[in-house]
Design a protein around this ligand. Structure first.
Ligand SMILES: C[S@@+](CC[C@H](N)C(=O)[O-])C[C@H]1O[C@@H](n2cnc3c(N)ncnc32)[C@H](O)[C@@H]1O
Length: 217
């Protein structure tokens, strides 16, 4: 792999990716997203591997994903989940949820994932009224609602639950003082909450497009 924009050198992310073997299952997910004419904004492969590790390390059996797209992160989470675990995935678009469901089924997790279609804030309210609790969360949907998604995640968390939030750098917009649109402001607020909320232990990973990680104390 070459990157002429980086003086012919690999970026740290490119270097990290090319030392891994291909992952046919996830490559098939990516192909299915592109074939469906959907823009592929799945989580970066390195962070997908991290989600699998974190789910496994934490022994998570109930995982909540906000933003399914084609099921890439869903498979990464399911790979680390306990044998009897369950992934609940919130997705606005019916066609994305259907694609993700097909891909999770193909990966062997069809009976361990539940898709809830509609605006995630409504699904979260419903989950709260059901008394649902989770061991791990991935926040990866519309950026303007990230602060609300974080509040819900803390509310729905078992003690010690892991919260991950993707795209905290917004391709550089987060750190560009000239960018102040609603998504940028919301993600800055989310990042500040992650860093300062006393209910959390946290860190920020700036590689790829940025990943926030927290544990609910
Ligand atoms: C970045 S993609 C998710 C990628 C996925 N987590 C992965 O890595 O494979 C964002 C997804 O959130 C969904 N989405 C956007 N707004 C939403 C909302 N208000 N409620 C639920 N899902 C939403 C989009 O339709 C899209 O599928």
């Amino acid at each position: 792999m070459e990157d002429h924009a980086n003086g012919g050198l690999l970026t740290p992310e490119q270097y990290s990716e090319q030392i891994y073997k291909e992952d046919p299952l996830l490559e098939q997910v990516t192909a299915s997203i592109l074939e469906s004419g959907i823009r592929d904004v799945s989580i970066a492969p390195g962070y997908g591997r991290l989600l699998t590790m974190l789910a496994k390390l934490s022994g998570s059996s109930r995982i909540l994903e906000i933003g399914a797209l084609g099921g890439y992160s869903g498979i990464c989470l399911a790979r680390g989940m306990q044998e009897d675990g369950k992934l609940v995935s919130l997705e606005l678009k019916e066609e994305n949820a259907a694609l993700a469901a097909r891909n999770l089924k193909n990966a062997g997790y069809g009976d361990r994932v539940e898709y809830r279609i509609g605006p995630a804030l409504e699904s979260l309210k419903q989950l709260e009224s059901e008394g649902a609790r989770f061991d791990m969360f991935l926040i990866d949907a519309d950026k303007e609602n990230y602060p609300s998604y974080l509040e819900y995640a803390i509310t729905l968390a078992n003690q010690g639950a892991i919260i991950a939030g993707d795209n905290t750098m917004l391709r550089g917009r987060t750190i560009n003082p000239e960018k102040n649109g609603p998504s940028v402001q919301a993600v800055r607020k989310f990042n500040d909450m992650i860093a300062t909320d006393e209910r959390l232990l946290s860190t920020m990973l700036p590689a790829y497009d940025g990943l926030a990680l927290a544990i609910v104390k």
